[in-house]
Design a protein around this ligand. Structure first.
Ligand SMILES: [Zn+2]
Ligand SMILES: [Zn+2]
Length: 358
């Protein structure tokens, strides 16, 4: 099969390697779409992965084409998204089904081979079976959307709350949309990039370009002095966290969603504000995948109900062969949101030919 193999930092190649075999309790998933995360970009070009060589990619969707021992046959031919975290399922956190807090987890595309390949062997536990009418290019946003759903859940957003989202990327877009779906009274996005600011205006009530309007002043004006009840920091920078504190009011909950690419430093005055206003900063990791109504089932229903339109989010689609161009999109200045590798979809099994009666 074809796969993108990361051998070392910035050393990534399209290779022909053996197809994985589904083990006990696993299926072979023929990948149909695989999203590129900004964390993949950093893993490939800046930080490297935990283990190399590695096939990156943790946002993938495909069709079950083979089953391993002990797997129900009815899964064959089903299309599924994949919860990318493989929890130990033995620790206290796992017993409480808080798999994202498992300390002994494995992970597709960062610790074990992931979805930038034609096939992946996936445990049945990690399969999120999709509604038949949902295409792979729609379902590919399930993973980032589930993380954003988790962020909104952790923030304790109440009906009518004022939500501020810092950032204009995929996570910011999805978080703004989901906050609105879950009843935010007003969603204000704060960003920089002019193209993205325009795009994200569809997902919220107000967009503030921080280059033009000071975020604190803007939120003060737009909320008539109320300020934010919840803030989602979807960038992971000192500046973004500073904005988050600046737009906060009393006991505002800030959810840290963005992954930092440097030390996060805030000024003394903002730190004083954090104390005086009893502001809560809470980290976020991955998505909820408990057996009840979890973040994945929620976002699938949002897509099915038309509340999230994946076509607004997936802006660039490439075959695996054009990986340099695809990854280059994440580096470039050109306007984009989600960049996705798309693979030819599985051929539907041909109906059996009528018996030849001679
Ligand atoms: Zn991701
Ligand atoms: Zn565990």
């Amino acid at each position: 099969m074809k796969a993108l193999v990361l051998n070392d930092i910035a050393d990534i190649k399209l290779c022909e390697i053996p197809r994985p075999e589904p083990g006990r309790g696993e299926v072979l998933l023929k990948v149909e779409a695989s999203g590129i995360c900004s964390s993949d970009y950093n893993r490939i070009y800046v930080d490297g992965a935990h283990k190399m060589p590695l096939i990156p990619g943790h946002e993938f969707v495909g069709t079950v084409t083979e089953i391993g021992p002990g797997v129900r046959e009815e899964l064959l031919g089903k299309r599924a998204a994949v919860y990318p975290l493989l929890p130990c399922r033995q620790c206290d956190e796992c017993m409480r089904e808080e798999y994202e807090l498992c300390g002994y987890y494995d992970y597709f595309g960062t610790r074990r081979n992931g979805g930038f390949a034609e096939y992946v062997a996936v445990p049945v536990f990690n399969l999120v079976i999709l509604p038949e009418e949902m295409s792979s290019l729609e379902a590919v946003i399930c993973e980032p959307a589930a993380v954003c759903s988790h962020a909104v859940r952790l923030s304790g957003l109440q009906h009518g709350d004022i939500a501020v989202v810092i950032g204009t990327g995929t996570m910011a877009y999805l978080t703004a949309l989901i906050a609105k779906i879950r009843g935010a009274g007003k969603v204000i996005v704060i960003g920089h990039s002019t193209d993205k600011v325009k795009r994200i205006s569809k997902a919220c009530d107000h967009v503030v370009n921080a280059k033009i309007w000071d975020p604190e002043e803007a939120v003060h004006t737009l909320t008539v002095g109320h300020m934010a009840d919840v803030v989602y920091e979807c960038v992971g920078s000192s500046e973004a966290l500073s904005y988050a504190i600046a737009v906060s009011g009393e006991q505002t909950r800030i959810i840290a969603v963005g992954e930092p690419d440097d030390d996060i430093v805030i000024g003394q005055n903002l730190y004083w504000k954090l104390l005086r206003k009893e502001i809560v900063v809470r980290g976020l990791w991955n998505s909820g995948y408990n057996s009840g109504k979890n973040d994945w089932t929620r976002v699938i229903s949002y897509i099915t109900e038309g509340l999230i339109d994946p076509a607004e989010i997936v802006t660039n689609v490439y075959p695996l062969e054009k990986f340099e161009e695809a990854l280059g999109m994440l580096r470039g200045e050109e306007d984009h949101m989600k960049v996705v590798f798309s693979f030819p979809e599985s051929e539907k099994e041909a109906p059996e030919a009528p018996a030849d009666n001679g």
